[in-house]
Write a protein that binds this ligand. Structure first.
Ligand SMILES: Nc1ncnc2c1ncn2[C@@H]1O[C@H](COP(=O)(O)OP(=O)(O)OP(=O)(O)O)[C@@H](O)[C@H]1O
Ligand SMILES: [Mg+2]
Length: 223
């Protein structure tokens, strides 16, 4: 379970102080597809980054399985990210000079999986995302949909408890987007992973177990 209590985060920019998150509290149960929706600039990415320890809230706290993750040391936060989380970013997801196979194997390497276990896992993941035979391809040879499926395979490779996906379907046509949504739903169903996705995509909102609506950093609804 992930709990955020009264989280605030602001940024100073050319426009002055912007409240990206303004007293946001949420509870996300394990094994859910939790969607964060809202217009551009409403704070979705900031919330995902705070949960993933890439940003630190100014006030409030976030706990994961009862452990406060907002006050971890840099080292402990890095370990939390490496072991417990997977990220799918909106774009520039893959390491351009590594093959598809090497990209997917990256979190396994960081978590010191053996060569054998790593190879077996990457083969299984290539099957899961319907890209068998594409392991040797370079990222620039892939279509947008293939790129996002490789990014998804990499994000789940080390079986993280939390998958954070920032507009994972934004650059995809609706059929390819729906295919990725089905993969995400299967993951949540089969591995009890908690998936938190920021999106504008009505198909992804429709697939969610729960949706949080943000406006100007404030929670304006939850369905
Ligand atoms: N590093 C930063 N420096 C200054 N302002 C920032 C920074 N990051 C975010 N902001 C501001 O905080 C607010 C929330 O940004 P955030 O990226 O969380 O929105 P978002 O809902 O993800 O938007 P989008 O749908 O466009 O991705 C915006 O007003 C944004 O300009
Ligand atoms: Mg964003």
């Amino acid at each position: 379970m992930i709990e955020a209590f009264d989280v605030c985060k602001s940024f100073r920019s050319g426009r002055g102080q912007v409240a990206a998150l303004d007293h946001v509290s949420i509870t996300i149960m394990k094994g859910r597809l939790f969607v964060v929706a809202g217009r551009s600039g409403s704070g979705k990415t900031t919330l995902l980054n705070c949960i993933g320890t890439l940003e630190k809230p100014e006030t409030g706290r976030i706990s994961c399985a009862g452990i406060d993750i907002t006050h971890l040391s840099r080292r402990a936060a890095a370990k939390f990210r490496r072991k417990q989380t997977g990220f799918v970013f909106q774009s520039a997801n893959l390491v351009s000079y590594l093959t598809v196979r090497e990209n997917i194997a990256l979190p396994l390497e960081l978590n010191a999986w053996s060569n054998d276990a790593r190879n077996r896992r990457v083969d299984a993941l290539l099957d899961t995302v319907c890209l068998r035979g594409m392991g040797a391809a370079m990222p620039q040879e892939l279509s947008g949909g293939e790129t996002q499926r490789v990014a998804f395979a990499r994000a789940i490779a080390h079986q993280p408890a939390i998958l954070l996906a920032d507009e994972p379907t934004a650059s995809l046509d609706s059929a390819t987007g729906r295919q990725l949504i089905q993969l995400m739903q299967a993951l949540v169903r089969e591995s009890a992973c908690t998936l938190i996705a920021a999106t504008h995509d009505p198909d992804l909102i429709a697939a969610a177990s729960e949706t949080l609506y943000l406006k100007d950093g404030r929670k304006v609804g939850q369905l």
